[in-house]
Write a protein that binds this ligand. Structure first.
Ligand code: MN
Length: 246
C-alpha cells in the first residue's frame, strides 16, 4: 500500500534526514510542513533529492505573534514551491491575543498565493474554521489555489461549507479517537480525504508518530467509512492525485 502523510513536521525530529530517507524508501508521500520560512532552505534541499517527499513553505499562526516579520522572507521564497504550510489561524485561548495579527498575515499569504496561482495550502484552523473560509472567499478567486484543512476540528456545517468550496481534509489518528471526530470524518466527502500524522505532535505508542505510522489513521478512517484498508489507501492516493493534478 502506498501511504500518504500530508502533514508532518519532519524537521522537528532529531533524525530528520533519516525520516526523509525512510519516506523515500517506503514510498510514503510525505508533505514536510514548516513553521517558519527560515526552515525552508534545509527542508527544500533534503526533499529535492527525493520522489516522495515535498517541502511546504510555512508561517505557523502560533508563531505569528513573535515572528510576523518573517512574512517578507516567506514572500520572497514563494516562487520556489507549490506547497504552502503550515499556515492559517489559531483562535484557541493561548493564541487568541494575536488573532488580529494572524488574520493580517494569513490574508497576505492568501493574496500572494492567489496572485501566484496553482498553490496547495495545508491549513491550521483551530477554533477559526469559519473565519479561515471567509478569508479564503474574500482573498482568493475560485480556482486560484487549493486547500487542505489539517486536523479539522470545526463543526459539521463548517466542514460542509469547506467541502463545497473544494477543500480537502487531512485526517490523523487522534481525530478518529472521539465519537465527535469519527462522526465528522464520516460526514466528509470520500473524494476529499487525505491522511496525515502531524508528527511529532501526535504519538504512536510512547514515541512521536512518524510518517509510516499514518497507517493507523488510514485503518481508522477505513473503519469509519466501512472500507477495507486497501480500498481506503487507493481512495486517498486517488485524492492526492486529483489534488496535485488538474
Ligand atoms: Mn502541524
Amino acid at each position: 500500500m502506498n501511504l500518504v502523510d500530508f502533514h508532518c513536521h519532519l524537521d522537528l525530529y532529531p533524525d530528520f534526514e533519516e525520516l526523509v530517507r525512510e519516506s523515500e524508501r517506503l514510498r510514503i508521500f510525505t508533505l514536510a510542513v514548516t513553521t517558519t520560512p527560515r526552515a525552508w532552505a534545509r527542508n527544500s534541499a533534503l526533499a529535492s533529492g527525493t520522489k516522495h517527499v515535498k517541502a511546504a513553505l510555512g508561517l505557523h499562526p502560533q508563531l505569528v505573534a513573535e515572528h510576523w516579520r518573517d512574512f517578507d522572507l516567506w514572500e520572497r521564497l514563494l516562487d520556489e514551491t507549490r506547497y504552502v504550510g503550515e499556515v492559517g489561524l489559531d483562535a484557541g485561548p493561548r493564541h487568541f491575543h494575536s488573532l488580529p495579527r494572524q488574520e493580517e498575515v494569513f490574508r497576505r499569504i492568501l493574496r500572494r498565493c492567489a496572485e501566484a496561482g496553482d498553490k496547495i495550502l495545508s491549513i491550521h484552523s483551530v477554533r477559526s474554521a469559519s473565519k479561515v473560509l471567509d478569508l479564503i472567499q474574500e482573498e482568493v478567486a475560485p480556482g486560484r489555489a487549493k486547500y487542505v484543512f489539517h486536523w479539522f476540528t470545526g463543526s459539521r456545517s463548517e466542514a460542509a461549507r469547506a467541502a463545497k468550496l473544494g477543500c480537502y481534509f487531512s485526517v490523523n489518528a487522534a481525530m478518529l479517537l472521539s465519537d465527535r471526530g469519527r462522526a465528522l470524518v464520516g460526514s466528509l466527502p470520500s473524494d476529499r480525504l487525505l491522511t496525515e500524522t502531524d508528527g511529532p505532535f501526535t504519538r504512536e505508542g510512547d514515541q512521536p508518530a512518524r510518517p509510516r505510522d499514518v497507517l493507523k489513521a488510514l485503518q481508522l478512517m477505513a473503519s469509519v467509512k466501512s472500507w477495507s484498508s486497501e480500498e481506503c489507501a487507493a481512495k486517498v492516493l486517488r485524492n492526492l492525485r486529483s489534488l496535485s493534478g488538474g
